[in-house]
Design a protein around this ligand. Structure first.
Ligand SMILES: [Fe+2]
Length: 384
């Protein structure tokens, strides 16, 4: 069996890297750029930094779409595409968390293809050979969207979070842009990155290259995430987390994620809780579920998290050790249980059809039947 590892885009990494944005747009031969972002990124002064970089090189025009919100919908993509077409841009720059970067990716489809966006955002994702350059600048250390081919967009007409695969041109990872993140967002997004690496390593489409970056990402998250939560302006820790999230993105680009993200998507669509939070809540029991199927892979994750393993642990014990360690990290950053947010056990279990039908569940090494999904959701609720 052959296993594939892809690197969709070159990565420029380092403190202050956003200053090179204008130069890179010019190198691509583009004339007018559309910035795609949300309110928070603009208020943090990050769009101003991007504009400064573009102005410095001269000869480039700018347009703006600041209408992104969390869990962006296909209609948000359509609105952004309308701006792109009206402004006749030839470059898209997504600046922000996964929502802004994924919206930017999806908008790029509609610059050279007819709309609406929902024609491309499907339950079983397709690849669209997009032509317009897309530059992605993360302002969180979590999603890794800057180095993945996937854009995840909500389809309210189906109550689903569906996807499309596109080309990404360049990612610019500047840890300084994460310094203003509130602690809660730091925790949620960092745990999203952890879930990307852990699900990539344990999914059926694993490959040895992704394993390498995934394991390295988990080590960095274990060492630095809590520090970023406690001391938000620790630039060294922020720099390590930016790198970790980027590596976790590389880690899941080919293997994709699996049932943890199916659960997370179900929570997103029904509860509208943040994606990173949802992934975090789902992750411990996802690891416990897959440990008997892929114990040697869960052991890699356990060691990377810093658990002193003997190598003689029974698979189920291994799963519970890893789940406990993730829960310990979550508690240390005050991640709220679902019950404290007002959701009942019955409400959570009732989401099992959404978990089973999500295409991501098919990448799990354990077959996700109705009963398995119900049991997983119950354990997610009961154990945290
Ligand atoms: Fe995620």
């Amino acid at each position: 069996m052959f296993r594939q590892y892809s690197q969709p885009a070159p990565v420029i990494y380092g403190c202050g890297a956003i200053t090179i944005l204008g130069e890179k747009i010019k190198e691509l031969g583009c004339k007018k750029v559309l910035f795609v972002f949300d309110d928070g990124v603009e208020k943090a002064g990050i769009i101003r930094k991007a504009m400064d970089s573009v102005r410095r090189v001269g000869g480039l025009e700018m347009a703006f779409f600041g209408g992104v919100h969390s869990d962006p919908t296909d209609t948000v993509v359509d609105a952004g595409a309308e701006t792109a077409l009206n402004e006749k841009v030839d470059c898209i720059v997504g600046i922000g968390g996964g929502s802004s970067m994924d919206t930017a990716k999806a908008i790029s489809i509609l610059v050279t293809n007819p709309g609406p966006a929902k024609n491309y955002i499907l339950a079983t994702p397709i690849y669209v050979d997009t032509k317009v350059p897309v530059i992605l600048v993360p302002t969180t250390a979590g999603t890794g969207s800057e180095v993945t081919k996937v854009a995840v967009i909500s389809r309210p007409d189906t109550n689903g979070k569906w996807s499309v695969f596109i080309n990404t041109t360049l990612s610019i990872v500047d840890p300084e842009l994460t310094l203003t993140l509130p602690p809660e967002v730091t925790a949620n997004t960092g745990l999203d990155a952890l879930s990307h690496a852990a699900e990539a390593i344990t999914g059926i489409c694993w490959n040895p290259h992704s394993d390498l970056v995934g394991e390295a990402a988990i080590k960095k998250i274990a060492k630095n995430l809590k520090r970023c939560y406690d001391v938000p302006d620790d630039l060294d820790a922020r720099a390590e987390m930016s790198l970790a999230a980027n590596w976790a993105g590389l880690a899941f680009n080919d293997p994709i994620t699996h049932v943890g993200h199916s659960v997370a998507d179900a929570f997103s669509c029904s509860f509208h809780t943040p994606h990173g939070y949802n992934c975090a809540i789902a992750l411990p029991e996802t690891m416990a579920l897959v440990a008997p199927a892929v114990p040697e892979r869960v052991a890699v994750i356990g060691s990377a998290l810093g658990i002193p393993l003997t190598g003689r642990e029974e698979p189920a014990k291994l799963g519970s050790l890893v789940a406990d360690e993730i829960r310990r990290l979550m508690h240390s950053m005050n991640i709220s249980p679902l019950s404290s947010l007002g959701y009942s056990r019955e409400q959570v279990i009732s989401l099992y059809p959404d978990v089973v039908s999500n295409h991501l569940a098919s990448y799990c090494p354990v077959k996700i039947t109705d009963d398995v999904a119900k049991e997983l959701l119950a354990r997610v609720y009961d154990t945290y």
